[in-house]
Design a protein around this ligand. Structure first.
Ligand code: SAM
Length: 262
């Protein structure tokens, strides 16, 4: 991803407008994201699930992915013997791609074409694990989304999610220096263009995620804020983009939370 702060502007849409706009983006670009940001990867230049084992032994577990994209993370958990694969995604094209991909891999999954801000008919108190790899941050209503996720989990169930670290949204490269360009405290919804489509995204503080998890009835077991060893040990040059090794050596590009429903 290029340095989108340079080209971003203030969002002018309401939440429904944002969802409609973002759905258009994901429907039209789904094929470009086939298999991208999927387990065992948890985020950008951070340790993977193979290193961290956050999911533990998933055999016999009922799992639900929020923002399941092309279905590659569900397939990974199926390969590790999860007993039921469920997914939700607001993009019709992503759901079509995931349905085809999982079927080709021999898996039967329950997939819902819906925004995460509503329950499209998912069972309550049912899942052992609800997770989201690089999708939660797209929500237009974080608290509502976390409340819904808590309602899908059985008591003691696990919620794991990863997303862009907000610090990276404050930084830019200027004349080969990494500089703080915007306030960490500024929680804005900004719009930018990618692949010819407008798309809107919220920047939220880490404490906003923590407080929303707590309010939804979660106990935080672990938070990952790390760059992977290989990147830390690599030679790196300044690059005019967020997801560079140079940046990742200075601060985490992604974070992961593992929480338990109380
Ligand atoms: C980076 S992809 C996730 C890929 C996925 N982890 C995989 O294994 O393929 C993000 C996904 O979030 C979905 N998404 C974005 N906003 C959403 C929303 N409000 N509700 C549900 N899904 C959303 C997009 O359609 C996209 O498929």
């Amino acid at each position: 991803m290029s340095n989108i702060l340079l080209s971003s502007r203030k969002n002018t849409l309401d939440n429904n407008g944002v969802l409609e706009q973002n759905k258009k983006f994901w429907d039209n670009t789904a094929d470009k994201w086939f298999g991208v940001t999927a387990l065992p990867e948890l985020g950008c230049l951070i340790p993977s699930e193979e290193d961290l084992h956050l999911f533990g032994d998933v055999s016999g577990k009922k799992v639900l992915e929020i923002g399941c994209g092309s279905g590659h993370s569900l397939k990974y958990l199926g390969d590790h013997n999860a007993s039921e694969l469920w997914g939700l995604d607001m993009s019709t094209q992503q759901i079509e791609n995931a349905t085809r991909y999982l079927k080709d891999c021999g898996y039967e999954a329950h997939l819902f074409n819906s925004p995460m801000e509503v329950n499209p008919g998912l069972p309550m108190g049912y899942f052992d694990i609800v997770y989201s790899i690089y999708a939660i941050g797209w929500t237009t209503d974080l608290q509502k989304t976390f409340n819904l996720i808590a309602s899908y989990l059985e008591k003691g169930g696990t919620f794991i999610f990863s997303w862009d670290h907000p610090v990276m949204r404050c930084m830019e490269i200027e004349e080969d220096n990494l500089v703080v360009k915007s306030s960490y405290y500024d929680e804005n919804l900004f719009t930018f263009e990618k692949f010819g489509f407008d798309i809107s995204l919220s920047k939220r503080k880490i404490s906003t995620y923590i407080n929303a998890l707590s309010k939804a009835g979660f106990f935080i077991e672990e938070m990952i804020e790390e760059t992977d060893k290989q990147t830390l040990e690599s030679e790196s040059k300044v690059e005019q983009k967020y997801h560079s090794a140079f940046n990742a050596k200075m601060f985490p590009l992604s974070f992961v939370f593992k929480a338990r429903k109380l």
